[in-house]
Design a protein around this ligand. Structure first.
Ligand SMILES: N[C@@H](CCC(=O)N[C@@H](CS)C(=O)NCC(=O)O)C(=O)O
Length: 208
């Protein structure tokens, strides 16, 4: 398997973390989705990462679809998310909240780079979506009983929240300071201390 994309992307990182936790061998191609998209456009016409190329050449796109495949191959009963029911819905909601923040943060970043001018209403709305989303993730961490939602070890939701919080705090340092969100900061610190998080990481590099 080949994983395409840089680990400063929370979408790529959460896939890299799952591959690592599942003990699946893969080759990592840290191509930039902007400067190096020609290197993988044959696999993904959207020029987006993560893209996962399977050994038979089939290319999977979008982190949700990729994780779904990895969970199936690893075994739904051993996957990093509940197989069904309320626990699965709650975990997917946390993942969607986190990736939703990342979606807004990514598209707003592109707008700031590429648009000549930005409507102040769009700027205010984008910043509010990012900040309110981060605050909601902090509340979710504060409400949790144990160390991780998934149980004794982090699951996809735990991983995704930590990846997105780090990404946003680096890409929007002027907007989001993790210390202002103590429960989320604690979640991130415990995640980043883990061996797989130390192996699968990259400090944010602005797209160019
Ligand atoms: N929904 C996608 C989002 C992936 C995404 O936004 N990737 C960004 C990098 S963080 C990208 O490839 N952007 C390039 C572009 O959209 O032009 C997923 O979950 O994988």
């Amino acid at each position: 398997m080949q994983l395409i994309g840089q680990y400063d992307s929370p979408f790529v990182r959460r896939v890299g973390l799952a591959l690592t936790r599942y003990g699946m061998a893969f080759t990592h191609h840290p191509f930039s989705s902007f400067g190096e998209s020609d290197k993988f456009v044959a696999h993904n016409p959207l020029r987006r990462v993560p893209t996962l190329v399977l050994d038979d050449g089939e290319a999977l796109i979008d982190s949700y679809a990729i994780l779904d495949h990895l969970d199936e191959v690893h075994g739904r009963d051993r996957a990093l998310i509940a197989a069904s029911g309320p626990e699965r819905r709650a975990a997917l909601r946390r993942c969607a909240l986190a990736t939703g923040v990342a979606d807004k943060a990514v598209s707003f970043f592109y707008a700031k780079i590429f648009a000549a001018t930005l409507d102040p209403a769009f700027v205010a709305r984008s910043e509010a979506q990012i900040q309110d989303g981060i605050a909601a993730l902090n509340d979710a961490c504060a409400d949790r009983a144990g160390d991780w939602w998934f149980g004794a070890e982090p699951g996809h939701d735990d991983n995704t929240v930590a990846c997105v919080a780090r990404f946003v705090s680096e890409a929007y340092a002027h907007l989001v300071t993790l210390a202002d969100y103590p429960a989320l900061a604690d979640h991130c610190a415990r995640a980043e201390a883990r061996s797989e998080f130390q192996a699968i990481q990259q400090t944010f590099i602005p797209p160019a």
